[in-house]
Each structure stands twice: as structure tokens, then as C-alpha cells.
Design a protein around this ligand. Sequence first.
Ligand SMILES: [Fe+2]
Ligand SMILES: [Fe+2]
Length: 332
Amino acid sequence: MSRSAATKMSSLFLRQLRPLFFSTSITKTSGIPRPASVGSLRIPMLQLRNWSNLAEEEKRVQLPAASAAAAPVSDGQDEKRVVSYWGIVPRKLTKEDGSAWRWNCFRPWETYKADLSIDIEKHHKPVTLMDKFAFWTVQSLKYPTHLFFQKRHMCHAMLLETVAAVPGMVGGMLLHCKSLRRFEHSGGWIKALLEEAENERMHLMTFVEVAKPQWYERALVFAVQGVFFNAYFVAYLASPKLAHRIVGYLEEEAVRSYSDFLADLDKGNVENVAAPAIAIDYWRLPPDSTLRDVVMVIRADEAHHRDLNHFASDIQCQGHELREAPAPLEYH
Ligand SMILES: [Fe+2]
Ligand SMILES: [Fe+2]
């Protein structure tokens, strides 16, 4: 072999080896990220930190097709399949008419018909100092919010829901920790508050289908959530009865905001578009429902949250603990 041929062969050989030994890039195979150098020639010098999970990665890739086929039904947006090593096979769900259930975020047994007969006008009269403090805290938050959104009901509703979904989660989490610390039952209140948070989040998921938030609205939500989550967390730690009273008054304002929304829908100031599919399934609405029908059921939900939170505050104002009164589960 001539000298130039030997040089060419050795440079070709080195070019082949370079990605195997020195590359840190990641490639995708069957949906599982894998180191680029995993192949038939294997002692990658720079990938020793990945060594422990290489075998695991190989096993996952070699799963039978049945696991891949068991990918969950998506929310109708992302059809990417997930390969599971763990053999978790989600249940195949259907609607009453036999068609496939398309939502992962809630299941058929979590859907309900809203109770529209609830009293919309009900109001807790602030009598004690604590009530008055809670009432005026909410009133002082209400005016700048109305000034900011004015007649932009959809944006107002979206921001309101991002805030409204926080107290239930914070209260539920703190009651959960309290139950663990004290080795005692919660009376169902953990679940009731988490249900409320989930219900509020479904309101948000519904509005997101009708109106897409702008970047500055997302930024506003980011800032408001940071402040509100922490403020409510501290308030609930300090005085759960005050925290529930504040939420009771917030819900009263939510009912009023949705009444204004309905008034503008009736006047034609807001277009009464078709109800999104997620709302039709969640509230078991007729297929030809409109935005007005959706706002009606959401307002009814808010009225239920109002009652639940004032009730939670009343229990504690009367000198009892929440767990002593059975929680109104599935009350929304
Ligand atoms: Fe809500
Ligand atoms: Fe609410």
C-alpha cells in the first residue's frame, strides 16, 4: 500500500470514529432520546456519565409494539405516541353514543349538568370586623380590574379563572399537610377544595378554546399568580376562616362579572359563538349550545363556589374545625 493511500484510509477511519467517541449530541429512536454513539462499537470515552442508563434505554426501545399502541387518547391536539416501559395501558373510554372519549383532562364520570336553579343574588352581609376586612379587600381589587378590562369580558374571564383556580389548590394542599401532621381525617374538605380548583381550571380551559390570550395577558397572569399564590398561602396559614371568606366574596364578584358578560351577549356586544366541544362534554350541554349557555353554567358554578367558601368560613367562625362538618363533595 502506498503512503498516500495509507494516509487517506487512516483519515477516513478517524472521521468514522469521531462521532462515536466525542459526540455529545442526542438522537431520537422510536421516540426515546438516545446518545448518538450507541451502536455496535461501544466504549464512548466522553459518555461514562450516561453509562448506567444505557441498558435501560436499550430495553425501552425494544418494547413490543403493543406498548406503543397503548398510547393514551390525546386531547385532540397532539397525536405523538408515547412508548412506555411500565406497561401502563390507559382505559379506552367512550361517550354514551359509543364514540371515543377525546379528553384526558377529565373523564365521563366527572362530567355533570350544572344546577342553574341556584340563587345568583345571594350575598353574605359583612358583619364582623373579619368579614368587613374580607369584603373590602375584594372590593379594592375589583375596581382596578374592571378599569383594566372594561368590556373585554373574555379576557376578564380568562384572568379571573387563572386566579380563581388557586385558592382551592392552596387550601386543599394545606389541609392535606394538616391531616398528615395531626394524623386525622379531613372530613372530605381536601377533596372538596381540590374539586373546586379543578372546576375553575376547566372554566379556564373552556375560555382558552374561545379566545387565545395575547403575550401581555400571559405575562400579567404570570405576575398575578406569583403574588396571589403566595399571599393566599400566607393568609390561609394565618386564618383559614378569613381566607375562605375572601374567596366567598371573590366568587360573589365572579357571579356579577358573568352576569355583565351575559348582559352584553344579549345586547349583541359580544358575539354569541358556538360552544367549544370541551364545554359541551364537560357540562353535558346539547350539541348546538352557544357561548351564552357556557357562561350560564359557569356562573352557576361560581355561585356554588361562593356558597362552599362562605360555608367553610361560617363553620370556623362558629368555633368548629372544617373536618367536623362533612364537606359538600361534587358541589359545583
Ligand atoms: Fe370560575
Ligand atoms: Fe369560582
